[in-house]
Design a protein around this ligand. Structure first.
Ligand code: UD1
Ligand code: UDP
Length: 374
């Protein structure tokens, strides 16, 4: 009799998780040994659906967990209870999730309680500071404690895991699946769908980190407004994260300016087009720090630290903090100094080569083959 396939639940909660898990879901789906089930917690609703539609992924289970302005505690509690029920009914052989969101941390914990092997995609990123980014650093440390497989994107993330006494044979350097997704989408013709005057240089902005809420966010907005006021040849495009703590200050300080376009979050394909069209990018996003260097676009990171030091070391990403003077100064330098700009606009891809998903699937197959399941 033919052995039943290995049942693998792939969990996605937020926009970046769906982008980064899509290549893994696709790679597993092409095997003849894995039965893939996609679980959407829908920690994000609209932004998750945007990505799932683009990659033609239909969740098998949807927890529809998002509430407007959800608190971390209630999100965690509701996720754990719902995930518990799913694991009881699905009885998967393995579960995979990506990154450092509350979805990932609760998934890893629920798997531990049910003793189901958990694979952590994008493992080993660390700042060493539990409050930065908050709560992501704690989320990824916890997910790492529970993981059977650690899929580290870089040698540096592997070293971080070994320093935490994670057994070497459980760590696999795979590259980051975001580059798989980026190359897949980028290969298509991409309309941005928003008019940007061709005579002007485009600065693309994204920001959403919780530790930047309040005064840091106001500083970010004031810096953008000053730069727009003083550079008539520059246009800003800012797809605004729907978190109410972001929408309120951004709308109050930036709406109505002739050369600042505020818009809803862009679908991933037009967002990739916007990155390609941008002269430079201001962001506090994790994924954008990985994608923009691969596209040769300079990134100024509006955070005090980063868990993605590779592109900083390569000289194509710079930390400016959520700091008014730094954001204004470093942006103006890149606008005015062609040599400084050229040195940051080199295409480098320290985070992957587009084949990370295959390197994630292989050790999972080997694990089940060793146990006589394949
Ligand atoms: C979450 C993750 C963060 C990740 C980010 C990616 C946690 C704690 N935070 O932050 O690590 O970098 O996603 O974007 O896991 N909202 C909508 N529609 C959406 C999505 C969000 O309205 O499609 C609003 C809701 O009011 C929601 C709020 O944003 O309550 C916050 O969402 P949440 O997932 O809790 O945190 P994020 O700040 O999005
Ligand atoms: N992104 C997108 N549309 C947008 C802004 C970002 O598709 O309007 C993509 C971006 O290319 C990257 C991911 O969303 O792949 C990053 O998500 P986010 O910044 O929300 O989360 P983080 O990476 O910081 O966890």
């Amino acid at each position: 009799m033919k052995e039943p396939k290995i049942k693998i639940v792939c969990v996605v909660g937020t926009r970046p998780e769906a982008i980064k898990m899509a290549p893994v879901i696709s790679a597993l789906g092409k095997t003849d040994w894995a039965a893939v089930r996609v679980l959407a917690t829908a920690q994000h609703r609209a932004m998750l659906d945007q990505v799932l539609n683009l990659f033609k992924i239909t969740p098998d289970i949807d927890l529809n967990i998002m509430r407007p302005n959800q608190s971390l505690t209630s999100l965690t509690a509701r996720l754990l209870l719902d995930l518990d029920n799913v694991l009881i009914s699905e009885k998967p052989d393995a579960v995979l999730a990506q990154g450092d969101t509350t979805t990932v941390m609760t998934t890893a914990l629920a798997c531990f309680y049910h003793q189901i092997p958990f694979g952590h995609v994008e493992a080993g990123l660390r700042t060493g500071d539990m409050l930065n980014p908050f709560p992501e650093e704690m989320n990824r440390v916890m997910a790492g404690k529970f993981a059977r497989w650690h899929f580290a994107p870089t040698e540096g993330s592997r070293r971080n895991l070994l320093a935490e006494s994670i057994p070497e044979h459980q760590v696999f350097v795979t590259g980051n699946t975001v580059i798989d997704a980026l190359l897949h989408i980028s290969a298509r013709e991409l309309p941005l769908g928003i008019d940007i005057a061709s005579s002007r240089r485009l600065i693309l902005v994204t920001a959403h980190r919780r530790e930047n809420f309040g005064e840091p966010f106001l500083n970010i907005c004031r810096a953008i407004r000053f730069l727009a006021d003083t550079n008539p040849d520059v246009e800003f495009l800012y797809p605004v994260h729907p978190n109410p703590n972001v929408v309120e200050p951004v709308t109050r300080l930036l709406a109505g300016h002739a050369r600042i376009t505020l818009c809803d979050p862009l679908d991933y394909a037009p967002f990739v087009a916007a990155m390609k069209q941008a002269y430079l990018i201001l962001t506090d996003s994790g994924g954008v720090q990985e994608e923009a260097p691969a596209l040769g676009r300079p990134v100024l990171v509006m955070r005090h630290e980063t868990e993605r030091p590779e592109a900083v070391d390569a000289g194509v990403v710079k930390l400016v903090g959520p700091d008014y003077a730094n954001i204004v100064g470093e942006t103006q330098k890149l606008l005015d100094d062609p040599a400084a700009y050229r040195s940051m606009a080199r295409g480098v891809s320290p985070y992957g080569d587009g084949h990370a998903a295959g390197r994630i699937v292989a050790p999972i197959r080997a694990y089940f083959a060793c146990r006589g399941r394949l």
